[in-house]
Design a protein around this ligand. Structure first.
Ligand code: ASP
Length: 591
């Protein structure tokens, strides 16, 4: 037998028992006549003591050879510790070892297996099997498993059926590039890996399945911005004969249930906000609503007073950093301005107005505006003494985006973004189509299967170009703490409307048939009204744990270049394989 207990479970109640434990050596302290060793497994750490008197000479000598990460089995008696360690659950006891078996030796690990390790990202990814031994990584993956189990439990109780959809498919556009897989049996032809099971879940609705879900891998070949993974997991769902309202309620229910069962937390309300309102107040379709600091439009009060920068701007807007007037010296403001001017944000400048606690007003545009003018600005915001307005101007869309960055930064600095507080929000009524000036084409804001709002269908079928820009969709996103957890839509289930959408998106009839003929065909055989959504599962887990990186919730993540550092993929394949696949690209062999 390898163990009677794990390394996290022995307590005072076990004192006197003979036990067997197995695990990894965390570290040892050799005092000459005795040795303390920490034994670790995924349940915890238990202190072992080896003394010359209580064991044989061989065992004692063998204990001295133990290095970090050796795998051992020990037998011994549970003792009460003289000096207890209140920091760990097993801190009251230790094991007086009388027998030791080394199950496997270990090389010295390239980084420490501790909560705060000295290993850098790349090194830890290369030796992922060692990183996986660290407690924070294990806790995240155990949490993920819990969320997965509870998701399945909730959805199956609600009558959802889990169905697996294929991985070797034809492209489903979700706005990224496809990963493709060459077919050996159909030379010169390719499968695509699903960016999502979108078309399949819709086909399942046509097939009468009514409520579908799947925890499913999706693949998107995107330029890897921070915190994207080329493969990630979704909680993917679809329902028939439902309204948007019913979908939102179902998944609000799921979200509440997950927070309750996995974190013991009751979430506050899930307010709804239209896309337009979100853009207007926060300059973002995923606002962090843990704090206010909403935008105010100053066009009415700031323009036409002779300050050329504002006069020529499409939008003058700002935020109120409450109580910050005293906290920002000229130097601090200069630094903040420089931060806003970095190319990532690209603001031209930053205007401030301080309403000092002594009643005085100070502003970088004081030359152009009287105190009364500036007071009028303050009134727009309901500013109090001690508050500081931060104002940007320029082209409308850009200015809103920049102000969004500034708001988030100020929220962070002012401690308003507590990772242990959770504020959900449904953003609804997204535009159906997005006009791309560069390519002069419409893109689907969500995806090409999203339905316009009922009242917009007629206009979509018959309207002109400008009308298309104003169409609204029954599309929605769930946002928690400024992070997009997921989104979905009511789908088009009418063949003609779907064809019209493909037209608008620039597909020729032939292209649409070649790519989506199966779906258009299915719509001719009694497709029910349907809709659904998908949550980013890795991201949901990260947000629930108050963390930022999804990579930390994936057992074997890829780095920023999309590489798996441990198995070293992607990698070249043999010429024979290339020939078999008719790929014929024989790259020169590296010297
Ligand atoms: N397929 C969509 C996505 O991956 C979700 C949905 O519309 O249900 O974002």
């Amino acid at each position: 037998m390898y163990r009677t207990h794990n390394c996290g479970e022995l307590r005072m109640a076990n004192v006197g028992e003979e036990v067997t434990l197995s695990g990894w050596i965390q570290g040892s302290r050799d005092l000459g006549f005795m040795m303390y060793t920490d034994l670790r497994d995924r349940y915890g750490i238990t202190q072992l003591i080896f003394t010359e008197e209580n064991t044989t000479k061989e065992v004692f000598e063998s204990a001295r050879t133990l290095g970090r990460e050796y795998v051992v089995k020990v037998k011994g008696t549970v003792l009460e510790r003289k000096s207890k360690n209140p920091n760990i659950p097993t801190g009251d006891i230790e094991i007086d070892v009388n027998d030791l078996e080394i199950l496997n030796a270990s090389k010295v690990p390239p980084f420490t297996i501790e909560d705060d390790t000295d290993g850098g990202d790349e090194l830890r990814m290369k030796y992922r099997y060692l990183d996986l031994r660290r407690k924070p990584v294990q806790e995240n993956l155990i949490f993920r498993s819990r969320v997965a189990v509870e998701t399945r439990s909730y959805l199956s109780q609600a009558g959802f059926i889990e169905v697996e959809t294929p991985v070797l498919i034809k492209s489903t556009p979700e706005g990224a590039r496809d990963f493709v897989v060459p077919s050996r049996m159909n030379k010169g032809q390719f499968y695509a890996l699903p960016q999502s099971p979108q078309t399949f879940k819709q086909i399942l609705m046509v097939g009468g399945f009514d409520k579908y879900f799947q925890l499913v891998k999706c693949f998107r070949d995107e330029d890897l911005r921070a915190d994207r993974q080329p493969e990630f997991t979704q909680i993917d769902c679809e329902m028939s004969f439902v309204t948007q309202e019913e979908i939102l309620n179902t998944f609000e229910g799921l979200t509440r249930y997950l927070f309750k069962t996995c974190k013991g937390l009751d979430l506050p309300e899930f307010p709804r906000m239209t896309y337009d309102e979100a853009m207007e107040k926060y300059g973002s379709d995923k606002p962090d609503t843990r704090f206010g600091m909403e935008f105010h439009n100053l066009n009415g009060v700031a323009k036409g007073k002779g300050f050329p920068v504002f006069d020529s701007a499409e939008l003058v807007a700002g935020i109120n950093a409450e109580g910050q007037a005293d906290n920002y010296s000229n130097k601090d403001i200069k630094k903040l301005t420089e931060w806003m001017q970095r190319p990532q944000i690209g603001a031209k400048g930053l205007v401030y107005v301080k309403f000092n606690t002594d009643g005085s007003i100070k502003s970088s545009v004081g030359k152009f505006y009287s105190d009364d003018d500036l007071k009028a600005w303050g009134e727009e915001f309901g500013a109090k003494p001690g508050d500081m307005l931060l104002i940007l101007s320029g082209e409308e869309e850009k200015t809103r985006k920049q102000l969004n960055e500034l708001r988030l930064e100020m929220g962070e600095r002012m401690g308003l973004r507590n990772p242990q507080e959770f504020k959900p929000l449904w953003v609804v009524d997204f535009p159906l189509l997005e006009w791309d000036e560069d390519t002069e084409r419409f893109h689907a804001m969500h995806h090409p299967f999203t339905s316009p709002k009922k009242e917009d269908v007629e206009r979509m079928m018959n309207g002109d170009h400008e009308t298309m820009k104003a169409l609204r969709a029954d599309a929605y996103d769930l946002v928690i703490n400024g992070v997009e957890i997921g989104g979905g839509s009511i789908r088009i289930h009418d063949r003609d409307l779907q064809s019209r959408n493909f037209d608008l998106l620039g597909f020729t009839r032939e292209e649409a048939m070649a790519q989506f003929g199966f779906l258009l065909g299915a719509f001719e055989y009694g497709a029910p009204p349907h809709g659904g959504l998908a949550f980013g599962f890795d991201r949901l887990c990260a947000v629930m744990m108050g963390q930022n990186t999804i990579r930390d919730f994936i057992a074997f993540p890829k780095n920023n270049q999309g590489r798996d550092m441990m198995i070293d993929a992607p990698s070249p394949i043999h010429d024979e394989q290339l020939d078999e696949l008719c790929l014929g690209i024989h790259l020169p062999k590296e010297a």
